[in-house]
Design a protein around this ligand. Structure first.
Ligand code: SAH
Length: 276
C-alpha cells in the first residue's frame, strides 16, 4: 500500500496525527528532500528504507514503489505542505493505476496556511476579499495564458503566489499592470513555520527590493491584498443581531447596540494604527 502524505509546511510538529502514524509504521519512505523537514524522518523505525526524491526521476520513484509493493511493504510518499498543490502527485498516481497498485492520500497543512499563521492574517475579510487566488509565475513549468498574474490581479482579491521568489520584479509589474494599486499591502514569507522563518511586509511595488535586502531568493510565498491591512466589516457569523443555524439573533436591543459600538471602536482603532 502506498500513501501520499502531506508533511506540512516545515515545523516538525505540523504534520497531521495520521501522517505521523504512517511515518512511524512505514517500511519505505520516499520524501521530497528539497523542502520536507528532514527532522520528520526521525519518526521512522530504524529498519525503514529512506529515499530522497530530489535526486530521483519519476521512473526511479516508481521502481522503488513497485518493488516495495511486490514485497508487501507499507510505503509513504512524503510531500511538502499538502500534496494537492504543485506536488506532481497526479503523474505518480497515473503510473500506479497503470500498474494496478492502490494508494491513498493523507492531507497536510499547506505552506499558504503556514504563511497566514505567520502573518496572523485572515485571507477572507468581509467587505475586502472573499476569495484567495493560489497561483505562480510561469517558470520552467508554463502557466496557461488565461491564468496570467495580470488577469487575476484585475480582481484585487487576496493572492498567494508560490514558486516565484526569483521573479519578483516581473511579478510586481504584472500585479500593478493587472490592477492592484502600487501601495497595496504585500508580504514575503520565507520558510513559514521553520525556525528560520522571516516575515517581510511591504507593498506590491517593492517586493524585489524587500527580498534583496533580506537575501530571500527561494522557499517563500508572496501574499498580496488589502486583507493584510486596512478596514473591514464585522462577520455576520458572530454578530448578535444575526441568526445562524446554531444560534438565534439576540432580541435584546442593548446587546445589538453594544455590537455596533464594538464595531465602531474597532474601526477607529485600526484608523489610529494606520495613521501612526
Ligand atoms: N505542496 C506545497 C507546495 C510545493 S511547491 C504546499 O502545499 O505548500 C514549493 C513552493 O512552495 C516553494 O517554492 C515556496 O513557494 C512554497 N513553500 C513551500 N514551503 C514553504 C514554506 N514553509 N514557507 C514559504 N513558502 C513555502
Amino acid at each position: 500500500m502506498i500513501t501520499f502524505v502531506g508533511a506540512g509546511p516545515g515545523a516538525e510538529d505540523l504534520i497531521t496525527v495520521r501522517g505521523q502514524r504512517l511515518l512511524q509504521s512505514a517500511d519505505i519512505v520516499i520524501y521530497a528532500g528539497s523542502l520536507v523537514n528532514p527532522g520528520l524522518l526521525s519518526l521512522c523505525r530504524k529498519e525503514c528504507e529512506i529515499y530522497n526524491s530530489a535526486k530521483m526521476t519519476l521512473e526511479e520513484v516508481m521502481e522503488v514503489m513497485e518493488r516495495g509493493e511486490r514485497e508487501k511493504k507499507e510505503i509513504v510518499r512524503l510531500h511538502t505542505g499538502d500534496p494537492c498543490l504543485y506536488g506532481a502527485i497526479r503523474e505518480q498516481m497515473d503510473e500506479l493505476d497503470r500498474c494496478g497498485i492502490s494508494y491513498e492520500v493523507c492531507p497536510g497543512v499547506s505552506s499558504f496556511c503556514g504563511a497566514a499563521a505567520a502573518l496572523e492574517a485572515e485571507y477572507t475579510l468581509p467587505g475586502i476579499s472573499q476569495s484567495v487566488v493560489i497561483t505562480r509565475m510561469a517558470g520552467r513549468t508554463p502557466v496557461p495564458e488565461k491564468e496570467s498574474i495580470r488577469s487575476f490581479a484585475a480582481h484585487q482579491s487576496t493572492m498567494v503566489i508560490f514558486l516565484s521568489t526569483g521573479m519578483l520584479r516581473q511579478l510586481s509589474e504584472e500585479l500593478i499592470r493587472g490592477g492592484y494599486p502600487e501601495d497595496t499591502p504585500a508580504a514575503i514569507v520565507y520558510k513559514a513555520t521553520w525556525p528560520e522563518e522571516k516575515v517581510l511586509r511591504c507593498t506590491v511595488a517593492d517586493l524585489a527590493e524587500t527580498a534583496e535586502a533580506e537575501n530571500v531568493t527561494k522557499t517563500a510565498l508572496i501574499v498580496v491584498g488589502r486583507v493584510l491591512d486596512g478596514e473591514y466589516e464585522r462577520s455576520k457569523l458572530y454578530d448578535p443581531s444575526f441568526t445562524t443555524e446554531f444560534r438565534k439573533a439576540s432580541a435584546d436591543p442593548e446587546k445589538r447596540e453594544l455590537s455596533a459600538h464594538a464595531e465602531e471602536r474597532k474601526l477607529s482603532d485600526r484608523r489610529n494604527l494606520q495613521s501612526r
